[in-house]
Design a protein around this ligand. Structure first.
Ligand code: G6P
Length: 589
């Protein structure tokens, strides 16, 4: 989703702004732009499509030492050059991440005041609003305070005012923004990877604060200067480079054994369990929602607690039934997903206990939840999540396991054996990652449709396998509960239709065997992912994965699904790390 960068300092600004924008490409975007100051004049260059289009229109060596940049993921108005940011109205130029909900009202008022608009964005309206207030107050701090009172919605803004051509202003509400610092160089960015080539030191801008960056960096709250704590990025900066792999996605899948180790180690130290809860809601979006479905199975089965899993965009608008001893878990890689954050706030307003399972440290969800457990995936750059999903599934599995033990539903020996088996799993997924999945991908990549089948836990996994395939290869795929297929959708199975059948759940495998046969009888080509041999007539291709136990098996199964998706996307010539229209961090609802 939209990415903001900004720089003011001692160095030439354009190479820095471009590099920082490239580091945010993973968030997803469809146009890009930069505004910079040269000889006190503002210059704005915007291009539709990839950052390389923007790069080609810039003279990179320009004598400019400050500017702001943006990658736009279209919300209000199509992705063209006019709607691309930065937007300039009067003396104000700005970039924006978020959505202004009352922009139509504001636009009408501003039109009455004589403002005209070139494009359709909410952002251009905010530029005009700031200009209008600034023309009266001639003071940017007072202006920004007034502006924030008038805006409804979510935002992070990087702002330049023509009267202060050496200064960048930044404000935010519900969309992330950090301020990077290195000697006399100052940066703004939506996310840490954007600044890692230059500095690891940064401030987190909080709601209501104004950052003013020029030859120094000052923060204000309601007009008063404030001190802030300087933070340091502790991760490994190699996580933002491909390290020799063709794609971040492949590099991140190859990190999965290590992520599994780290997650297990981290969870061994974690004291939180579901012991005190009688019911649980798990709320999330996309792959994180699928994590919830796997978690539901394990928590219900082993910890004996009923779990309701919902997508956050639905949960946040439904009737709410607060219950006693009820926990709401929100799961999010980015920690910034707007719907998940709203669901969390709703739970808190209803006085329910909340747990965030989050990958990005100090993200909004991590800071809002009563309790947070960090997943140990490290920065994930490819839009399609792999290692972070694995870390989420592992975290929930371990919470289910620990709760089962604490509730005396599992003996100590069994508990310890299962705990140890995660480390065995880490070695085994290393081997699974090195198997050949191109054979299966070749059978799939020219097709238009595919089905993923599974029952119970296998269905939860099939949903993620299906999402992974369609998000990066644009091949239509549908996940179906194996037993439900015959109620309509089997009519779509034709000669050669690929069907991936996930079959790791021992209790119901025989049922899935029958469903595979039904598909094969209609010409479907069945690729089975199983941890045991199957009857020969129940598959066309069998991917055998290790059989460990219910807690670790799901982690094994996701490796072939992710790998097949990767190779299908590669064979179809897709932009694997940055699939069209998708965003890594979805900060609008
Ligand atoms: C986007 C991403 C998905 C992700 C979902 C939830 O749609 O493309 O990969 O699963 O958002 O994101 P979160 O950061 O909350 O896990």
């Amino acid at each position: 989703m939209c990415g903001i960068v900004g720089y003011v300092g001692q160095k030439k600004a354009l190479p820095i702004l471009l590099n920082s924008l490239k580091a945010l490409e993973y968030r997803g975007y469809d146009s890009a732009g930069i505004a910079y100051i040269k000889d006190k004049d503002i210059h704005i260059i915007k291009k539709q499509g990839k950052i390389k289009n923007l790069e080609q229109s810039l003279s990179i060596d320009e004598d400019t030492y400050m500017g702001i940049g943006h990658t736009r993921w279209a919300t209000h108005g199509i992705p063209n050059e006019i709607n691309a940011h930065p937007h300039k109205v009067g003396k104000i130029t700005l970039v924006h991440n978020g959505i202004i909900e009352n922009y139509e009202e504001l636009r009408q008022e501003l039109v009455k005041d004589g403002y005209t608009f070139k494009g359709e964005t909410d952002t251009e309206v905010v530029a005009a609003l700031i200009d209008k207030i600034y023309q009266k107050k001639h003071d940017m701090l007072k202006t920004l305070d007034k502006v924030t009172n008038k805006l409804e919605g979510t935002y992070a803004f990087g702002i330049i005012c023509e009267d202060y051509p050496d200064t960048i202003y930044a404000i935010r509400k519900d969309s992330p923004l950090i301020i990077g610092v290195k000697d006399k160089d100052y940066f703004i960015a939506s996310d840490v990877p954007a600044i890692l080539n230059y500095t690891r030191e940064y401030y987190l801008l909080e709601q209501g604060e104004v950052a003013v960056l020029n030859n120094t960096c000052t923060f204000y709250m309601k007009g008063q200067e404030i001190n802030k704590e300087l933070k340091s990025f502790e991760g490994d900066s190699s996580s933002v480079s491909k390290n020799g792999y063709d794609h971040f996605m492949m590099k991140e899948m190859m990190e999965e054994p290590d992520v599994l180790h780290k997650t297990v180690h981290h969870m061994k130290e974690e004291s939180f369990t579901f012991m005190n809860y009688q019911s649980i809601d798990i709320v999330a979006c996309g792959s994180a929602y699928h994590t919830g479905l796997v978690g539901k199975y394990l928590i219900e089965q082993y910890a004996d607690i009923p779990v309701n899993v919902e997508v956050a965009s639905e949960y946040r608008y439904k009737k709410f039934f607060p219950k006693k001893n009820h926990l709401v878990i929100v799961i999010s890689q980015s920690g910034e997903t707007a719907d998940t954050l709203a669901a969390l706030k709703l739970a808190k307003e209803n006085n329910l206990d909340t747990l965030g399972i989050v990958n990005v440290k100090e993200s909004s969800i991590a800071r809002e939840a009563d309790r947070v457990i960090y997943t140990m995936a490290g920065p994930e750059i490819a839009v399609a999540t792999t290692k972070a999903y694995l870390a989420q599934v592992t975290t929930l599995s371990l919470l289910a396991l620990k709760t089962a033990y604490e509730k005396n539903l599992m003996k100590k020996d069994e508990y310890e054996e299962i705990l140890h088996s995660f480390d065995v799993g880490a070695v085994k997924i290393g081997k699974l990652l090195n198997k050949d999945y191109e054979k299966q991908a070749k059978k799939i990549y020219k097709k238009n449709d595919l089905f993923y089948l599974g029952r119970g836990l296998d269905y939860a996994l099939a949903m993620e396998g299906s999402l992974k395939l369609k998000e990066i290869s644009y091949l239509h795929s549908e996940a179906y509960a194996s037993g439900e297929l015959k109620h309509g959708t089997i009519s779509l199975v034709e000669d050669g239709t690929p069907v991936i059948s996930v079959m790791i759940d021992d209790h119901i495998r025989s049922k899935s065997v029958s469903n595979n046969k039904e598909v094969r009888a209609r010409g479907g080509y069945v690729i089975a992912i199983s941890n045991t041999e199957l009857p020969n007539d129940s598959y066309d291709d069998l991917i055998l994965i290790p059989q460990i136990n219910d807690f670790v098996n799901p982690i094994m199964a996701l490796i072939p699904m992710q790998m097949i998706s990767y190779y299908v996307a590669k064979m179809r010539g897709c932009d694997i790390d940055k699939p069209k229209n998708l965003a890594k961090s979805v900060t609008v609802e």
